[in-house]
Design a protein around this ligand. Structure first.
Ligand SMILES: [Zn+2]
Length: 382
């Protein structure tokens, strides 16, 4: 857990190093920026440095990696390092909280796992360090409860809030933290790392790097769930649009999104305690139910591929060298191959509109059908 493990985030790291060298270190940091670009890695390096017991180190040097504290943190077993995340509800002493879905960092979670231990003396070192993953998942009540701890952390607690959506945090939370912005990573770097770590073919790695917009963590996850393997199924769906069957297109899209969501799910045992959500109309797949929020996320991935097919077809019209999707697909969907320039552009707009509708809880089947109609060009795309 070293700062040097965090790549291409020079600005963020120089802010952190400057803070470490200053006389009065802030006690709350907001590591903000896109998902999958190294924020948590940097937060862990900072936590390791703050807990390291080697007094001879320069203030902005990496943690020594050798002392008892560094060994404990490397083993994920340091009593003064607290990772706050949504899954913690399963460890809460209250059974009713354990049975929740864990969609949010609710106030009872923040109280039990953060506010209360922050008021206690460190177990072995000089301070306690709290890393809040997906800090924007704290609901308003939880954020308000945290304000006091952020203002005057008892003892020497240090809080590192990590988020990809800082705007969803209350202004009062934002203003009490030192902000450390992270940016996206160079595509070359993402493609190389992806190929090195996952063994993806160079052309696939490059395409996933572009699709992820320079977010290595996201690209790695997509590689893990074989997102590109879904391209063929997306092509089949698009063929159903050409056959003039929006309903079948929507069904196919939901089917492939369900399969994607299944692959993206953590181990089945994790949800053993959860009750099925009664009002969900989510499809079942292989006997299991995919929660609606996960299906929507997977549908967005399917839309991303539909959009990529349209965009690649547009690039081909402009005479740009063979795009990755066409080289990966055995054939270009007829709809995309035959569409006019205007139609492809309208198709891209329709994909964005479909994403918008999904975010506003429009039923997936309806979103799919409207997208098919828009792709066919029978209705004006607004
Ligand atoms: Zn150390």
């Amino acid at each position: 857990m070293r700062f040097s493990d965090v790549r291409h985030q020079d600005r963020a790291l120089s802010l952190v190093r400057r803070a470490l060298c200053s006389e009065r270190m802030a006690h709350a940091y907001l590591f903000e920026g896109p998902e999958g670009v190294g924020k948590e890695l940097a937060a862990r390096a900072l936590a390791a440095r703050l807990l390291c017991e080697d007094d001879a180190l320069a203030p902005d040097a990496d943690a020594c990696g050798q002392c008892p504290s560094c060994r404990l943190i490397a083993a994920d077993n340091h009593p003064d390092f607290h990772l706050i995340h949504r899954g913690l509800h399963k460890l809460h002493p209250d059974r009713s909280i354990r049975q929740r879905k864990g969609l949010f960092l609710a106030v009872d979670l923040i109280r039990h796992f953060l506010i209360e231990p922050a008021a206690m003396k460190p177990a072995q070192g000089r301070r306690r360090v709290f890393l809040i993953r997906d800090a924007e998942r704290m609901n308003e009540e939880a954020q308000n409860a945290l304000l006091k701890t952020l203002e005057e952390p008892p003892g020497a607690a240090c809080l590192i809030l990590v988020t990809a959506s800082a705007a969803r945090l209350l202004p009062t939370i934002q203003s009490r933290c030192q902000r450390v912005p992270f940016g996206t990573l160079p595509l070359e770097f993402v493609a190389e790392e992806l190929a090195r770590r996952s063994g993806a073919a160079a052309v696939d790695a490059r395409w996933l790097a572009e699709l992820s917009g320079g977010r290595l963590g996201v690209a790695l996850r997509w590689q893990q769930i074989d997102l590109l393997g879904t391209l063929e199924a997306v092509g089949d769906c698009l063929d159903r649009v050409s056959e003039g069957d929006p309903e079948a297109f929507a069904k196919g899209l939901i089917e492939l999104a369900t399969a994607l969501a299944e692959r993206a799910r953590p181990g089945a045992d994790d949800d053993a305690e959860e009750e099925p959500d009664e009002e969900d109309d989510a499809p079942r797949s292989a006997g299991r139910r995919v929660p609606t929020d996960e299906l929507r996320e997977a549908l967005k991935l399917a839309l991303l591929l539909v959009g990529a097919c349209c965009r690649d077809a547009l690039l081909t019209r402009f005479g740009v060298a063979a795009p990755a999707s066409t080289s990966r697909l055995r054939r270009v969907p007829a709809l995309v191959a035959e569409a006019s320039f205007d139609r492809l552009e309208a198709g891209l707009r329709a994909v964005r509109e479909a994403e918008y509708m999904l975010d506003r809880n429009v039923a997936p089947q309806l979103v799919g059908e409207r997208l098919a109609v828009a792709l066919l060009g029978e209705l004006p795309v607004s």
